[in-house]
Write a protein that binds this ligand. Sequence first.
Ligand code: ADP
Ligand code: MG
Length: 484
Amino acid sequence: MSYTIEGSTGTWEIVVGLEVHAQVISHSKLFSGASTVFGAEPNTQVSLIDAGFPGMLPVINHECVAQAVRTGLGLKARINLESRFDRKNYFYADLPQGYQISQFAHPIVGEGSIGIELSDGSTRDIGITRLHLEQDAGKLIHDQDPKLSLVDLNRAGVSLMEIVSEPDIRTPEEAGAYLRKLRQILRYLGTCDGNMDEGSMRADVNVSVRHAGEPFRTRCEIKNVNSIRFVMQAIEIEAARQVEVWESGGTVDQETRLFDPARSETRSLRSKEDAHDYRYFPDPDLLPLVIGQNWVDQLKASLPELPDEKRARFQKDYGITAYDAGVLVAEQAIADFYESVAKGRDGKSAAAWMTGDFFAALNRTGKSIDESPVGADKLGAMLDLIADSTINGKIAKDVLETMFETGETPLEIVERKGLRQVTDTGAIEKAADDVIANNTDKLEQYRGGKDKLFGFFVGQVMKATQGKANPAMVNEILRRKIDG
Ligand code: ADP
Ligand code: MG
């Protein structure tokens, strides 16, 4: 969907490129053996390397490299068999080394792309420029002491992947779709947990505006935005600010800004630092990182099925719509659940029940799919009861609700509550006759052309049988009796 800003000098288009920092899932840090577990006591997971002691030598963590390669493969990107580590020099209290080890000119992963789907059903490919490995910094704590700032180095040296997009994004919605898709791929791959609220995925948002067809104009970079919703808001607000600057005759300066959601504004943090400010140079403690094509091929062969492929397969194997398939592959756990329900059953009906009443019940009870009191086996058993006409769809809704409350099997509930479907023609005929006899006025109106009243009769017969009648039979018997 297009998103533009109307100004006095014409229509403006937004240009966005995202730099995402994704914390690598690994037991230990990028260049040290210290643990990476989240939430530990401050400064309990710090090696001498992380603390920047002189004379310590970094040793590359094999698993972090594998995770970067897996991610590159998942982004359909070029894997660089030789890459290099550089020192990015700057002074900050949470960076005891005085430099961050990063990859500058020779990243481990080159160009790739991510396919996104938008709410109007259209799709777009967003280019990936590169992915490189780098160290995270520690964390300053300002709220524990009235006078002092404290530092926690647990995070110092943890492995990050910086994933840089091309300036291909044109709307806040596309930025949101890109981040959701990236997070989904990372989670499927098991290379980053994607938890933005814990800071394990955070985005720097580069925004500029231009009239359509113009070359790119100067961008501003909004640092460290920590939710998808905030990224979308920040783009909207920053783009509007830039349009105003340009239209009032000013120029946008390249700078780093901060998004303040409480005040719905972005504020200047510092003017743009350039690469030369960091005095990048090759880290003399580390050799070039050389990996073998064989190893890359092995990693590729062991990748899990990714969301796009899974979605296409679900459509093909289970005959479900692209939309439903998209919902069902949103998370690996949901996709697995769906497959165990759908296997050997009607895939469409499995999808309808899962995306409908089942998700609604999960939402209502505030549970994730892993905590669902109704497992795939029980939901499948319920579908079987519908398929073999033990219960109808209407009763099944109540059965599902009871399953969530009591944890019983569907059959136990059907037996305990006496919910078996009535397929006895005599009983349905009798109920239909009674309903007709008690509603002769309605019958007259119906026969006089008020077709909609047919539904009324169906409803009354269903009610008379406590909802248990076979709906197809009710329809057929009523047609015969009142149409005949
Ligand atoms: P730097 O190395 O200075 O950070 P890059 O060229 O690597 O600059 O770009 C960083 C990010 O900014 C990338 O995600 C890129 O897509 C984005 N970007 C570059 N130019 C623009 C622009 N004119 N408008 C919006 N985003 C841009
Ligand atoms: Mg940058």
